[in-house]
Design a protein around this ligand. Structure first.
Ligand SMILES: Nc1ncnc2c1ncn2[C@@H]1O[C@H](COP(=O)(O)OP(=O)(O)O)[C@@H](O)[C@H]1O
Ligand SMILES: [Mg+2]
Length: 445
């Protein structure tokens, strides 16, 4: 009698499972069989002593779903250790499951070594997480090292995911990166294999209602989840759409010796893991971003004084977020006679004649008006900064029937994307510090 077949790949899954590319993005639409292929692909060498595979998702609740699907590995005489989230097989191979929720968690993987690393929904990861965990793809035997990832359009990683596998590349074509190591030429190959629900004949047959569900989604979601269109990744409550950031790109102005009209936005780190950011603008063009790690308020004040003097920036054109540690920086500068402009995001919004909206607080007003000016082309971005872009598309807003605009707090965004939007905030302050002059202060009573 023939042995029972545990799992059989469908044609597009075959393409992904048999490809020799070092790195593959298998992706696009929902329901194409991406996770299944990723999971079962890990089994390939389990009969080899020392073979190690890792399957990761960004959060544990989502990982649990995959762990559940893997329970059928029992039929391969695997033994599952719940504590270590690892399957061990009689031939000596193993498959582990992991997650990487917060920035920095990726470092827990350092020093590990895997032949196969499968990132399910890689668009949920930051690029840094992907790179650090991918660096564990190493070996000392003849089993090949494979990095496999699945993705839907959207997610906080959409910019780096598109850049790495999709932009200016053809699907199903291998692209090579070349280098020389130890005097020998070395090539790394990578490929994007599209997948849609129409590749999944099993699902089409057993669950046609799901396809109907995808077909009835609103237009944008349909493009993302039915067609797997990576250009359609914006969310409906996203404050700043990706295309407006791209449209705002301009060549940087020649930085003159003295920035007479320059403004400077300062976002001072509030917590240990945050960074302090300076954003420089001249004529509404974002010119430069500087980022500093682990500086105390005295050091930040020093750096700031330095920049103000070097570029001859008027102190009133420097906008500092004085919530938390920023207040200390403001005070030190003040004691030196530099009266900067305070920006308190939680404060009441300012009054602007003819503004059709009202705002939950100053932060909502600043960010909303920043978005409006960006869309009108009144703000330009003169630097190519992927982190800034990633932050800009991450922020969400709500608008009520009474035209009240509420934008997520910094903490809310951080909880969702796992990082503070320091660069975006500094850029917004740099722009708003000039805008403020056309506003009236709200009545306090
Ligand atoms: N090769 C296969 N054999 C049997 N069922 C499959 C296979 N591939 C996918 N499926 C079924 O299709 C469903 C969707 O696949 P999944 O991998 O979850 O899709 P995706 O991750 O692309 O959204 C799964 O729940 C599974 O039941
Ligand atoms: Mg999936």
């Amino acid at each position: 009698m023939l042995p029972e077949i545990l799992w059989k790949p469908q044609p597009s899954q075959c393409l992904m499972l048999t490809s020799s590319a070092d790195e593959i993005l298998f992706g696009g639409a929902k329901g194409g069989g991406k996770s299944e292929a990723l999971l079962f692909g890990a089994l390939r060498y389990i009969d080899r002593m020392g073979y190690k595979a890792l399957i990761v998702r960004r959060t544990y609740p989502r990982l649990k779903e995959l762990i559940g699907r893997a329970m059928c590995f029992k039929q391969l005489s695997g033994h599952y250790n719940k504590q270590e989230k690892t399957w061990k097989f009689p031939g000596g191979g193993s498959i582990s499951f992991g997650h990487c929720q917060n920035p920095g968690d990726e470092l827990n993987y350092q020093g590990h070594q895997y032949h196969y690393i499968g990132f399910d929904q890689v668009e949920e990861f930051t690029e840094e997480m992907f790179l650090v965990i991918s660096a564990c793809g190493r070996k000392a035997d003849d089993i090949p090292v494979r990095i496999r990832a699945t993705a839907n359009p959207g997610g906080i990683g959409r910019i780096w995911v598109r850049k790495r596998w999709i932009q200016e590349k053809l699907p199903n074509v291998k692209y090579y990166t070349q280098g020389v190591v130890n005097g020998k030429p070395v090539k790394l190959s990578s490929m994007f294999i599209p997948s849609t629900v129409f590749d999944n004949k099993i699902l089409l047959e057993h669950n046609p209602e799901y396809v109907l569900f995808l077909q009835n989604l609103p237009e944008k979601l349909k493009r993302m989840y039915l067609e797997g269109d990576f250009e359609a990744g914006d969310e409906s409550d996203q404050l700043i759409e990706y295309r407006y950031i791209e449209k705002a790109r301009t060549d940087p102005l020649q930085i003159p010796e003295v920035l007479h009209e320059a403004t400077l936005g300062v976002d001072v780190a509030r917590f240990g893991d945050d960074k302090t950011v300076f954003a420089f603008m001249e004529n509404n063009v974002l010119q430069k971003i500087e980022e500093f790690e682990k500086k105390d308020i005295a050091e930040v004040a020093e750096l700031l004084t330095d920049r103000i003097e070097a570029y001859k920036i008027k102190p009133e054109n420097v906008g500092v977020d004085t919530v938390g540690l920023g207040a200390g920086v403001y005070d030190i500068c003040r004691s030196r006679g530099l009266i900067l402009t305070e920006i308190i995001s939680g404060m009441k919004p300012l009054e602007l004649k003819g503004d059709p909206f009202s705002y939950r607080n100053l932060r909502s007003q600043m960010l909303w008006r920043f978005r409006e000016c960006l869309m009108k082309g009144e703000i330009k971005i003169g630097i190519d900064d992927d982190i800034l872009k990633e932050e800009a598309i991450a922020v969400r807003y709500e608008i009520s029937n009474e035209r009240l605009i509420a934008i997520e707090s910094k903490e809310e965004v951080k909880r969702r994307i796992g990082r503070s939007t320091n660069r975006l905030d500094a850029a917004v302050y740099a722009w708003f510090v000039r805008e403020m002059k056309s506003y009236r202060k709200p009545h306090l009573y």
